[in-house]
Design a protein. Structure first.
Length: 168
């Protein structure tokens, strides 16, 4: 499963490739990927990417006009940067995010196809993806210790509880 370091690397790699660029369209090959119907995915087409960030283990692509694409890679999901307009691979391809200068492929090698794409409009809708855990990369020692001991859990259970820690 892509973990916090993997997600951070994806964000860093995608920052220079897509922020400030127009998302021409999103081609979805697997109907199980798209988890929302309103707003429609087509409403996000032709919008400029304003920023990228992470909520827990989800990558958020913030678009103009207060649109957000929330991608959860789950266990076997991966992003791959390819030449513009490339065909989505048959067996593992889930979606293609097309830009004028390249295509971001979303693939999933697992058989269960658990990756998810949500299209949301507005900060209020985006907040529902945040379980409330603290960010282990930006918190101080006292806050980390407080979150770790807040519940009576084993170490592993506490660290993987998204209400306590974001992205672990």
């Amino acid at each position: 499963m892509p973990e916090l370091p993997d997600l951070t690397l994806y964000l860093d790699a995608l920052q220079s490739r897509i922020v400030g660029r127009r998302l021409e369209c999103v081609r979805v090959a697997s109907p199980s990927l798209l988890r929302t119907a309103d707003p429609a995915l087509m409403d996000a087409h032709r919008k400029i990417v304003r920023e990228l960030h992470r909520i827990g283990k989800q990558i958020v692509v913030a678009l103009e006009d207060d649109f957000f694409l929330v991608v959860h890679l789950m266990i076997a999901g991966r992003f791959q940067w390819r030449t513009a307009g490339i065909k989505i691979p048959g067996k593992i391809g889930l979606a293609a995010f097309d830009f004028a200068h390249g295509t971001l492929l979303l693939t999933e090698a697992g058989t269960k196809k658990r990756a998810a794409l949500h299209v949301v409009r507005g900060e209020a809708e985006l907040r529902r993806f945040d379980a409330g855990g603290i960010d282990p990369l930006t918190t101080n020692l006292a806050s980390f210790q407080s979150a770790l001991t807040r519940e009576h859990h084993t170490l592993k259970r506490a660290l993987t509880d998204p209400r306590l820690f974001s992205g672990i």
